[in-house]
Design a protein around this ligand. Sequence first.
Ligand SMILES: NC(=O)c1ccc[n+]([C@@H]2O[C@H](COP(=O)([O-])OP(=O)(O)OC[C@H]3O[C@@H](n4cnc5c(N)ncnc54)[C@H](OP(=O)(O)O)[C@@H]3O)[C@@H](O)[C@H]2O)c1
Length: 253
Amino acid sequence: MSNIQNKVVIITGASSGIGEATAKELASKGAKLVLAARREDRLKKLQDEIQTSGGQAIFKVTDVTSHEQMEDLAAYALKEFGPIDVLVNNAGVMPHSFLYKKKIDDWNKIDDWNKMIDVNIKGVLYGIAAVLPSMRERKSGHIINLSSVAGHFVGAGSTVYAGTKFAVRAISEGLRKEEYGNNIRSTITSPGAVKSELTQSITDMDLKPGIDKLYEDLAIDAESIARAIAYAIEQPSDVAINEMIIRPTYQER
Ligand SMILES: NC(=O)c1ccc[n+]([C@@H]2O[C@H](COP(=O)([O-])OP(=O)(O)OC[C@H]3O[C@@H](n4cnc5c(N)ncnc54)[C@H](OP(=O)(O)O)[C@@H]3O)[C@@H](O)[C@H]2O)c1
C-alpha cells in the first residue's frame, strides 16, 4: 500500500498549476484531498474530476491571506476527513516588477508588493498556524512549502518575489528546527520555470516578454513538481526530504 493512501492532505492554490497537478497526483495514490483556493468553479471542477476517477476530494473556498479562513479550512478538513497528515502551502503570486521606475503609474506596484508578502509569506505562516497545533498533539505531520529557484537567487526585477521565497525557506528551516523532535516533517520545494498561470500576473512590460519567452522555451509541466511532492510524502515517517530544487534541465539559474 502506498504511504500516501488515506493521508489527509490540504493543498492551497489547488485551482490551477502546481496545486492542481499535485491534487491529481496524490488523488491517484489514494490521498484524501482538501482543495483550497479562491476560485470556486475551478475547485468544484477539480473535485468532480478526482471523484469521477475514483479519488477522494472535498474543497473549501479559502483566501490564504485570511488567518480566520485558514483556521476554518483546517477545521473543515478535521471535521470531514479526520486528522491532517499533510499541508501543501502552495498558493503564491508573482507580479514581478522593478523596484523603481519613472512612470507615475508604477506606484501601484506597492499593491503588488503587499500582495506577494500577504500571499507568499503570511499565507504560509497562517497555514502553519492552522495545522501545527493538531499535528503537535498527534506528534505526526508534514508541512510542504513552495519556495522557488527565486528563493535561492535574486534577479533584477524579481526582488520582492525573491524576498518572499527566501522568507519561505527561512520559515521552513525554522519550522524544521522547532518541530523535528515532534515527528513533524518539513519540506521546501523550489521549482524553476513551470507551466502554469503564474506569469499572467506580470504587468511590467519591460519584464513580461522576456519571462514569457523563457517559459515558452523551457518551462516543464506542473506534473514534474507534483511527482516530487508525492515523493516527499511517500517516504517512511523517519525520512524527511527537507529540500528539493527542481529545474527544467535547460534552465541555467
Ligand atoms: N510556475 C513556476 O514557474 C513556479 C516556479 C517557482 C515557484 N512556483 C511557486 O509554485 C506555487 C504555485 O504556483 P503555480 O506556478 O502553480 O501558479 P498558478 O497556476 O498561478 O497557481 C497559483 C495558485 O495560487 C492560488 N492563490 C493565489 N492567491 C491566493 C489567495 N490569496 N488565496 C488562496 N489561493 C491563492 C491561485 O488560486 P485562486 O486564484 O483561485 O485563489 C492558484 O491556484 C506558487 O507558490 C509559486 O510561487 C512556481
